[in-house]
Design a protein around this ligand. Structure first.
Ligand code: 7TS
Length: 412
């Protein structure tokens, strides 16, 4: 994202009071939680939403005549509408509840089995999380389709000229993350979508790392599929969505068979329910879906513009401070990036740094971040990744940098 020009006041101290976990201690030190790209923390408003569901109207949806079931169904469908509005989908039946991004990608990849022929081509990028690689490799094995990879460069950005060379009339689908989880790079998705459509290919954007920071407008993007996980944006784990254009979702066969996804069942033939139920077999994560809607309300009340501007301030502050540590190298220096910093210090193994600073109450992720091709590009086993959220502070960054200096002394 572009650097914010105006540093508007952001009342982080009052926001932090919404997150009970932020006041706990870890290993005797105040928790400094910098692993937000793995999962974000949960505000009391969202915790209350889950408690309220289980203490007031826990029941199965879409089937009971009784009042509790009606209340639960209304709340769940209301959440679907909140999500539709948030991502500006044209219709609420284009929002399919899933267990998360991984499930959503697998749903689409499975559906494409019947739409591809041997020799068809798929385009992926070198920057992907494994969940946007492996389901498609499995699809290629089933169909004989071929996967082509857009290369990345030293800055952690995609080579768009090479992307254009990869596109042809054989290309059926392009799948790319909106934001890279390992490096924070914001990809030029509008251009990527335009070029894919010009070649006649559909596009799936993995929005798992973008949605907590950028309010995507699926109609403005004209994207065919957009997938996210609630747990990266103040919601609970085990729930997410697949947005798909209605015409595409109608073309894909159901992913799983079971209750709630049928119109009629006989042993001779079953007919399927309309969207969105065709893709929602079985009892879903009801409280999770409702809480996802409430998490979006929570973030929208603060405002995505304000969140993005504040996180950019944190990113600039942390980048400047970290670069003062001798021997520290940051991977991923795209001009447009979210508040993620992946780095190594000299030859020190990232795991050792992570372990030492954990003893000081600081949570970061270390390793390949489920993006091994990115690590292979840089010829490293992994990095230390600090990923910031709107409830982090500059004081926490200072604590983090001091802890890194200590770790460096111990390990050099
Ligand atoms: N896509 C991207 C870009 C991701 O960052 C992740 C999770 C996923 C897909 C999978 O999401 P899930 O909710 O289905 O598991 N990324 C990370 C991470 O960076 N650290 O831990 C999980």
């Amino acid at each position: 994202m572009k650097v914010a020009t105006e540093k508007a006041h952001f009342d982080v101290e009052s926001i932090r009071k919404d997150f009970p976990i932020l006041s706990r201690k870890v290993n005797g030190y105040p928790l400094v939680y910098l692993d937000n790209a793995a999962t974000s923390q949960t505000p009391q408003q969202v915790i209350n939403s889950i408690t309220n569901y289980y203490s007031q109207y826990n029941s199965n949806i879409h089937r009971g005549v009784h009042s509790l079931s009606q209340e639960a169904t209304d709340a769940y469908e209301q959440a679907r509408i909140k999500i539709q509005k948030h991502f500006n989908a044209e219709k609420s039946n284009e929002i399919i509840f899933t267990s998360g991004t991984t499930h959503a990608i697998n749903l689409v990849a499975s559906g494409f089995t019947s739409l591809l022929e041997k020799g068809d081509e798929l385009v992926v990028s070198a920057l992907e999380h494994h969940s946007n690689i492996v389901p498609w490799q499995m699809l290629c094995e089933r169909t004989g389709a071929i996967m082509k990879v857009i290369p990345m460069n030293e800055h952690g950005m995609l080579d768009l000229a090479e992307y254009e060379n990869l596109l042809s009339e054989k290309t059926k689908l392009v799948f790319i993350n909106h934001v890279s989880n390992a490096l924070g790079t914001v990809n030029p998705v509008q251009k990527i979508i335009e070029k894919a459509h010009a070649a006649g290919a559909a596009v799936l954007l993995d929005g798992a790392q973008a949605a907590p920071h950028i309010k995507a407008d699926v109609q403005a993007l004209d994207v065919d599929f957009y997938v996210v996980s609630a747990h990266k944006m103040c919601g609970p784990t085990g729930v997410g969505i697949l947005y798909g254009k209605e015409e595409w979702l109608n073309k894909l066969p159901p992913y799983q068979g079971g209750g709630e996804m049928i119109a009629t069942v006989t042993f001779e033939k079953t007919t399927y329910a309309d969207l969105p139920h065709k893709f929602e077999a079985g009892t879903p994560n009801i409280s999770g879906g409702i809480a996802f809607g409430d998490a979006l309300d929570y973030m929208n009340t603060i405002g995505f513009d304000k969140i993005a501007a504040y996180e950019q301030e944190l990113l600039e502050y942390a980048t400047e401070k970290l670069l003062k540590i001798e021997g520290l190298r940051i991977y991923g220096v795209s001009e447009e990036k979210t508040a993620v910093i992946s780095f190594n210090i000299g030859e020190i193994h990232p795991y050792d740094i992570g372990t030492i600073i954990d003893k000081l109450g600081i949570a970061v992720r270390t390793g390949h971040h489920c993006a091994q091709p990115v690590m292979d590009y840089y010829k490293i086993p992994g990095t230390v990744r600090a990923s910031f959220a709107f409830y982090n502070t500059k004081a926490e960054i200072d604590t983090f940098v001091e802890a890194l200096e200590k770790a460096k002394k111990m390990l050099s």
